[in-house]
Design a protein around this ligand. Structure first.
Ligand code: BES
Ligand code: MN
Ligand code: ZN
Length: 509
């Protein structure tokens, strides 16, 4: 996508489509449209009066103005002005982009000047993200590409009315495209079926990212993982023909004394449940059980492209959870990297085993804080649905930074508790710990289990089981049309990038 910033009067823009946000208010339009209304002989005012242009969120009208160099004028509702925010803007642009595609518009112009109540850089960022995320499709395996039948917009024109806003809009547009392209990269990784996206294939993708951006990377193979004593991680991979991989990826953007953020992501390329096998219904979605690892890789990519003054270490354990004659079994006892022993109760509680060793490992490195992302429990989907990720933390300040990053990036998270009592549920009679805590408070007992491996490092855990992928009938898409109808969302890239930006301004928490 070509992204251009144009300093122009709204009546003089040359484009296939022009998107005009309208409000569900008495004043439907921003003042800058007055000039447009005048050229169109007051038709905007008439459409507002008649109610044809309602301003209701996502409702739209397409005009063919003819007297200006715009083929299609798309008037799209953003809802009430006082409830308008950057996420709504991102949403209506996603919708607008798909309308433009249907209209065969090669270019989409969107005003981002100060008239939108936001700083033009922020608007430009949200607009760019909305368009790139909204036009995403995973069509790699379709013989007939649906895009061929439609005109895919090739150019985004960000319109500012004030020449001083040009550079702000440019920066915002660049940032938005880096964030959206990284999220779309995560979507691609997560949408790949598991016969393609094996631990080895994932490691190859990580290598490519590292090479492109000049990052240092180590891929540890099974013998090296064995030598490290990662018995918990390895047990999960035992039943699969695909050897496990441990990725250690580093971005060094900060100078001496800069903050070092550790990232850990669950990378189960397919979760059949193992010997505690899952029911067949919906098992196909377990190709997305590496969403945490993918989000970390995508975030490192975005942070490096934005050249943030921070250091990042990402530790990503990759494995496939399958049952065979070598598979680990309920009743087995394994020894983790930090030395704690774990009784396996359910081989479907595999994520925490990979994470236990990756967390233990990263906490031995020089990191100021660690955040892990994992599609860890079905329980968090029951509790929070597809709307928010669950967040657990041992550290008030880190949690606060994450909550602020969540607000800024509009990737919702909601705190769930880490009461000491939950640890009792994961104590074993014959080993130090067991890998399940029973039916109740499953997301919390899973987090309490992970806490046993992080020591004193400030740590937060995001359970993204409900947010990493969505389904047609579960529809967060309706309120956030930049999300897909079904498939991977790319969740994690924005919140982690905003978190890194906040932490890059600090020396310590
Ligand atoms: N990968 C699943 C969790 C999951 C469920 C992710 C639904 C996305 C959608 C995880 O490995 C799992 O199987 N968790 C079990 C743990 C249980 C056996 C203690 C669960 O939550 O049911
Ligand atoms: Mn599982
Ligand atoms: Zn899993």
């Amino acid at each position: 996508m070509k992204i251009q910033v144009v300093h122009s009067d709204v009546t003089k823009i040359v484009s296939g489509s022009l998107l005009i946000p309208t409000y569900e208010d008495k004043e439907r339009f921003d003042p800058f449209t007055a000039a447009l209304d005048e050229i169109l002989n007051g038709s905007l005012t008439r459409l507002a009066k008649s109610g044809e242009v309602s301003g209701k969120f996502k409702e739209y009208v397409v005009l063919h103005p003819e007297v200006i160099p715009i083929s299609h004028l798309i008037l799209i509702g953003v809802g009430k002005r006082e409830a308008f925010n950057l996420d709504k803007l991102r949403s209506v642009v996603a919708r607008g982009g798909r309308i433009a595609r249907r209209l065969f518009s090669q270019q989409l112009a969107v005003p981002v000047g100060s008239f939108l109540d936001f700083e033009p850089g922020q608007s430009a960022e949200a607009v760019t993200e909305g368009l790139l995320l909204g036009l995403y499709g995973f069509n790699k395996y379709k013989s007939k590409k649906p895009d061929a039948k439609q005109g895919l917009p090739k150019e985004l024109i960000l319109v500012v009315e004030d020449s001083e806003e040009v550079s702000l809009a440019k920066k915002g547009g660049e940032r938005g495209s880096i964030l959206a392209e990284s999220a779309n990269f995560v979507r691609d990784l997560v949408n790949e079926p598991s016969n393609q996206m094996t631990p080895r294939a994932f490691a190859d993708e990580a290598k490519r990212v590292a090479k492109d951006l000049g990052l240092s990377i180590k891929i540890l193979d099974k013998p090296e993982i064995e030598a490290l004593g990662m018995g918990a991680f390895l047990s999960v991979a035992q039943g699969s023909q695909q050897p496990p991989k441990l990725i250690v990826l580093e971005y060094k953007g900060g100078d001496k004394g800069a903050f070092t953020l550790g990232l850990v992501g669950k990378g189960v390329t397919f979760d059949s449940g193992g010997i505690s096998i899952k029911p067949s219904d919906d098992m196909q979605y377990m190709t997305s059980d590496m969403g945490g690892a993918a989000a970390c890789l995508g975030a490192v990519q975005a942070i490096a492209k934005l050249k943030m003054p921070i250091n990042i270490i990402a530790v990503l354990p990759l494995a496939e959870n399958l049952p065979d004659g070598n598979a680990y079994k309920p009743g087995d006892i394994v020894k983790s990297f930090v030395g704690k022993t774990i009784e396996i109760i359910n081989t479907d509680a595999e994520g925490r085993l990979l994470l236990a060793d990756a967390l233990g490992y990263i906490c031995k490195m020089k990191v100021d804080a660690v955040v892990d992302l994992a599609t860890l429990t079905g329980g968090v989907v029951v509790a929070l649905g597809h709307v928010a990720s669950g967040v657990f933390s041992t550290h008030e300040k880190l949690l606060e930074e994450l909550l602020l990053a969540s607000k800024e990036s509009y990737e919702p998270i909601w705190q769930l508790p880490l009461f000491e009592e939950y640890t009792v549920q994961v104590k074993s009679g014959i080993a130090d710990l067991k890998n399940t805590g029973g039916r109740y408070a499953a997301p919390c007992t899973a987090a309490a289990f992970l806490r046993e491996f992080v020591g004193d490092i400030p740590w937060a855990h995001l359970d993204i089981a409900g947010t990493a992928r969505v389904d047609a009938d579960k529809i967060p898409y309706q309120q956030h049309p930049y999300l897909p109808r079904s498939g991977a969302t790319g969740v994690g890239v924005r919140i982690l990038t905003f978190l890194a930006e906040r932490l890059s301004r600090k020396k310590s928490l």
